[in-house]
Design a protein around this ligand. Structure first.
Ligand code: SF4
Length: 343
């Protein structure tokens, strides 16, 4: 068992510590095709359905994993940790307390939490995690993020479906890192030779709750929308920045995770809006799609302020709520069609 799975409601889990420990990190994505009945034995149905799907996956697959780490993000991560402690069978379950702030105090706190995580892994698995292995993991992550950044820019130039983009980014969070680099190399030669961006499609910015299944990206393509920029965790948040080159790898990891684009689960809202506005200035887009998974409160709270701010900059914004389902929602499609007709 070489996989350590992690529950991360945004991009809070320092995968580099897991790879430096000799394991393959795997983000738990859930399975939108599977019933959530196993998780619903322990959680109310008004709890975030994506998070319930993560628990369903953990209940079914934890025997294949060397351990599980829950990274502090939205409230689902906190509550799940308590439920998983009781019901998910795993030799190693760890709570990584990623801070919600990103100031100097938070950075000191973050570095202490990194040390605690490293100590717990060393103790449990009888291994040693050296500074050199952390630096190698950081270099590998930088390589993957740099490749993803280049590929992501092709979305607004070439005929690359929403599903292809989503599948590639999610593979980088779920497959062994060497395999990811090979997938990225293949995608580069494939995507660069694609036909030009289809003239009948609209270029969109996608924000809101994280999309965890490809069918929702298919729905957007079906509606004539191509996502050419986004601020999702299974998206640009994962690769927008690289790790700084610092002598101390823990400093570099802390600096990276506290300066990446902010999700709604963290302070600050201004930082989140700034990142979106900067992205919108860099790439021509026809509209912004803000979507909220039902019961995902962090993004529901932020959406009004974020969307009003984007509208005040002159952008056309559609906000909608979606179900956790692979089936195409005709009402959602009608709303998108009505919106794109106005553009
Ligand atoms: S969709 Fe929202 S509520 Fe659910 S895990 Fe993600 S951030 Fe948390």
């Amino acid at each position: 068992m070489h996989t350590i799975a992690y529950f991360d409601s945004s991009h809070d889990m320092p995968e580099e510590v897991i790879t430096a420990a000799g394991f393959s990190p795997m983000k738990i994505m859930g399975d939108v095709h599977a019933s959530n009945d196993p998780a619903d034995q322990y959680l109310q149905k008004f709890f975030c359905p994506a998070a319930r799907s993560f628990l369903t996956q953990a209940l079914a697959q934890s025997h294949q994993w060397a351990g599980i780490i829950v990274a502090h993000g939205c409230d689902a991560t906190n509550r799940h940790y308590d439920v998983w402690k009781l019901h998910v069978k795993t030799p190693f379950l760890y709570w990584f307390n990623s801070p919600i702030r990103n100031d100097a105090v938070a950075k000191r706190f973050y570095i202490e939490e990194l040390k605690r995580l490293i100590a717990a892994l060393q103790r449990h698995y009888g291994i040693s995690i050296s500074n050199d292995s952390l630096k190698n993991s950081i270099a590998q992550s930088n390589d993957i993020k740099r490749r993803l950044r280049k590929l992501a820019t092709l979305r607004s130039e070439k005929d690359i479906s929403n599903r292809e983009y989503f599948t590639l980014v999610s593979a980088c969070m779920t497959k062994p890192k060497e395999e990811c680099i090979s997938l990225l190399q293949q995608a580069k030669s494939d995507w660069e030779s694609r036909p030009e961006f289809p003239s009948h499609k609209k270029r969109f910015y996608l924000t809101g709750s994280d999309i965890t299944y490809a069918e929702w990206m298919d729905l957007l393509d079906e509606c004539g929308i191509r996502v050419v920029r986004d601020d999702l965790s299974i998206g640009e948040r994962y690769f927008a920045n690289g790790f700084p080159e610092l002598e101390d790898p823990l400093e570099a990891i802390a600096e990276y995770y506290l300066t990446i684009p902010r999700p709604a689960t963290k302070i600050s809202l201004d930082g989140r809006i700034d990142f979106i506005v900067q992205s919108l200035k860099q790439t021509h887009i026809d509209g912004v799609l803000s979507q909220n998974l039902k019961f995902c409160e962090p993004y529901a709270y932020d959406a009004v302020t974020v969307n009003n701010e984007l509208r005040s900059h002159g952008y056309k914004v559609l906000h909608l709520e979606r179900e956790f389902s692979p089936a195409f929602d005709q009402q959602v499609m009608n709303r998108i069609a009505a919106f794109t007709e106005m553009l």
